[in-house]
Design a protein around this ligand. Structure first.
Ligand SMILES: *Cc1c(COP(=O)(O)O)cnc(C)c1O
Length: 466
């Protein structure tokens, strides 16, 4: 399968190169040139498959030519066998026709494990094939960093450097990163904020000379195609478990960068009967403004009780726009250019097309806490603040009460104690495999907000001092 850029000015690549590349050289994002699609008969025949086998069927077309079938199958088996629940992505019922798809049974208790556990293995396979080694560098305000570290801790060909703002991530989140003691894992606490960390990462990607031409930097943020791809599977898994593809159903997705929900859109395009996709955002509502008012404009960041959705622009939305604009890269390049200069109004007819399946809702902190409390009273089930936003949005803008409505449960509530306590709930217990997290040994280096110092620290770790 070939992959093309949303801005139309970069050469098409195969899966292996897309995996190692990140952004396209024209600034666009890679998408499949032609999406695979499955018939209802084929989808129906997968009804009894366990998660890893289903993943194999759904993902095989995307990696054709990159990896042998048997090897891919084993890789998927190992990836999902490490999850803390036998069903991998179990479904919980909240009410009649209302469900939560629990995506937090991976090692770091958030849905990002579904993609990053697989990404680490795919990257290692690609590097092994090429006889190369790579460096992952990323900035995190919490979830992505720990999931990337867990995903790569056993990768022989990868050194990973994760920058987090010193003393500005929660203790659980910090410990999930710093207690991973493998030699290839390097945590850097930067004396600055998240934006400072992100800026250093961006600058390092632009000028990689500190790696002496011997290593390449690989991005593991959600622009990486392989992450989106891995997330398609659980839409199929959930639908098949609730009577699909015979029954149509709706999904509500707590959204920041539009990665997770874009995977749902792809599942729909690939043949899964989905009747509605709800974009659930917190106060950082750029996506809600686009979908409801056709206004595409960045606004200053608000800090909320759902920090993993605190974003200014949603980079993956460009992938949807590419389809809405009939895959015309030139139009997208123009739009993104205008967007950088200020607000953009999108073509009304194209947005109407998007609204056939997408709805949106923006939820503030107070409503988030109320939802956590209400759902607990209704069913004794404790939501994390991100999932609570999804549940509230689902209840607000649902179109078909006669169909199942599934909210993606993106994180375990134990990761977001502040919101849980503000909602008046008791702080939940750490799951079994993390019981000793608060007493494990930590390893982390505190560095000033200075790109040269950070890069020379990295070079020392990779090549040895001197
Ligand atoms: C990353 C994250 C999100 C947002 O996912 P996107 O793919 O960026 O839309 C939502 N909830 C949690 C808990 C997350 O970690």
């Amino acid at each position: 399968m070939k992959y093309i850029s949303t801005r139309g000015q970069a050469p098409a690549l195969d899966f292996e190169d897309v995996l190692l590349t990140g952004l396209a050289p024209d600034g666009g994002l890679y998408v499949p040139e032609k999406l695979p699609s499955f018939s209802l008969t084929e989808i129906r025949s997968w009804r009894d498959l366990p998660y890893d086998e289903l993943a194999y069927r759904v993902l095989k077309p995307f990696v054709a030519g990159f990896i042998e079938d048997d090897e891919f199958r084993t890789m998927l088996h190992d990836t999902y066998a490490a999850f803390g629940h036998k069903a991998v992505a179990p479904v919980r019922q909240l009410d009649h026709n209302e469900y939560v798809l629990e995506l937090f049974h991976g090692p770091t208790l958030a849905f990002k494990d579904f993609a990053l556990q697989l990404l680490g293995r795919l990257l290692d396979h690609a590097l092994e094939k090429r006889g190369e080694k790579a460096v992952i560098m990323g900035a995190t305000s919490g979830d992505t960093g720990s999931a990337a570290i867990e995903g790569c801790r056993r990768c022989a060909n990868i050194d990973i450097f994760i920058l987090h703002p010193h003393q500005r991530v929660s203790e659980v989140q910090r410990r999930q990163m710093t207690t991973v003691l493998s030699d290839n894992i390097h945590n850097i606490a930067v004396e600055g904020n998240f934006d400072d960390c992100q800026r250093m990462v961006k600058e390092s990607f632009r000028d990689q000379s500190f790696l002496r031409g011997e290593r390449r930097l690989v991005a593991v943020n959600s622009i990486n195609w392989a992450r989106i791809m891995a997330q398609i599977v659980y839409y199929f898994y959930c639908a098949l478990n609730l009577g699909g593809p015979e029954r149509r159903m709706a999904f509500s997705v707590p959204t920041g960068n539009f990665g997770d929900i874009f995977a749902g859109y792809l599942a729909l395009k690939m043949g899964l009967p989905i009747s509605q996709l709800i974009v659930a955002t917190n106060r950082n509502d750029v996506l809600h403004r686009i979908l409801s008012q056709n206004q595409y404009e960045a606004r200053p960041l608000s800090h909320t009780l759902s920090p993993s959705m605190d974003i200014v622009v949603s980079s993956n939305f460009e992938r949807l726009l590419f389809d809405l604009y009939d895959r015309d890269g030139e139009s997208i390049a123009q739009l993104m250019d205008n967007m950088n200069q200020g607000a953009v109004t999108l073509d009304e007819a194209r947005m109407a097309e998007a609204r056939k399946v997408f709805d949106s809702c923006s939820v503030d902190d107070e409503t988030t806490c109320n939802t956590i409390r209400t759902v607990f009273e209704e069913s004794g089930y404790l939501l994390d603040p991100h999932t609570a936003i999804g549940v509230h949005a689902a209840r607000q803008v649902r179109r078909h009460p006669d169909q199942p409505m599934i909210t993606l449960g993106t994180a375990h509530p134990v990761k977001f104690a502040e919101a849980v306590e503000k909602a008046g709930m008791t702080y939940p217990q750490l799951p079994h495999h993390l019981q000793d997290l608060m007493t494990r040994e930590e390893r982390c280096t505190v560095l000033p907000d200075d790109r040269i110092k950070v890069q020379s620290f990295m070079a020392d770790q990779i090549f040895g001092p001197g």
